[in-house]
Design a protein around this ligand. Structure first.
Ligand code: APR
Length: 257
């Protein structure tokens, strides 16, 4: 009968999608802290969940402003990373392969909040205290959706805290590697703090037979969008060269390009 009672509770009060999201968020958070900063109390993970949920629970999923995540951002201290920030646009897989293998650079998905939410979808509903992971608006369906606003806020904080020389991997196979609608262009570049940042190096990732060039007109737009105090550099790098460098564990990452 104990087994039956447990079964009954499990079925009736059974796990909701919201509970699954909370479990995922808290367990990813604990994993991250264990691997990266074991001295930080895991209580931070419960606090982060509470601040995160408050941003979108009970709200129309197309009316979650970027600022709704301010309390979450303030809960999690941004570590300053001098000379180690890696931005990316349309190069997600390669950028992450690189930072996973060579620990010299960090993408937003290698920071606590980015690591926790990477690949997840979530939203609330007006007049409900539920957390949903399906039936949520897509990235472009409405501007102020909970997922897009989250990445907008986290990316702004990530860019604002980047210090020294930063790098960005852009996709040299595209006609417009610096896409004005991307998070990199529309959020990150606008949040660079030129009092702590010294420069930006564009790594224009090319594949065989690409006509990738640092003279690309979208890159001129990037250069113009930067504070003139920042030193701009651009380098065409073959994707195969980066992959070889990732594969060669003896290669120090400063030598990858
Ligand atoms: N539909 C769905 N998802 C999208 C869309 C879209 N139209 N546009 C962007 N995304 C989401 C996806 O999750 C995608 O993997 O944003 C991610 C990155 O999109 P990109 O266009 O490749 O790059 P960008 O918009 O520049 O964002 C990456 O933002 O989060 C920061 O530091 C990070 O520098 C990086 C940049």
């Amino acid at each position: 009968s104990v087994v039956l009672a447990v079964l009954l509770v499990a079925t009736v009060g059974g796990p909701s999608p919201g509970k699954d999201l909370k479990d995922t968020v808290v367990s990813r958070c604990r994993t991250f802290l264990e691997m990266n900063e074991p001295e930080t109390s895991k209580k931070l993970c419960e606090d982060a969940w509470a601040a995160f949920a408050r941003a979108f629970v009970g709200r129309d999923p197309c009316e979650v402003p970027v600022e709704a995540y301010d309390p979450l951002i303030y809960t999690i201290e941004q570590k300053s990373r001098c000379g180690r920030t890696l931005f990316w646009s349309k190069t997600k897989v390669l950028a992450h392969q690189f930072t996973q293998e060579k620990k010299c650079m960090v993408t937003v998905e290698d920071t606590l909040l980015g690591f926790i939410m990477d690949g997840l979808t979530w939203c609330g509903r007006n007049g409900s205290n539920g957390v949903f992971t399906t039936g949520c608006p897509g990235w472009t369906q409405c501007q102020l959706n909970p997922v897009r606003s989250f990445w907008g806020r986290v990316s702004a904080a990530f860019a604002a805290s980047s210090c020294g020389n930063a790098a960005v991997m852009l996709n040299g196979s595209l006609a417009t590697p610096f896409d004005p609608t991307s998070v990199f262009a529309s959020v990150e570049v606008k949040n660079f703090n030129s009092t702590i940042m010294t420069g930006l190096t564009v790594l224009l990732v090319a594949r065989k037979n690409d006509s990738a060039s640092c003279g690309n007109s979208s890159l001129q737009n990037l250069q113009q969008a930067l504070d003139p105090m920042l030193k701009y550099q651009c380098k065409v790098v073959q994707q195969s060269q980066i992959l070889d460098c990732i594969a060669d564990t003896t290669m120090p990452c400063g030598k990858c390009w």
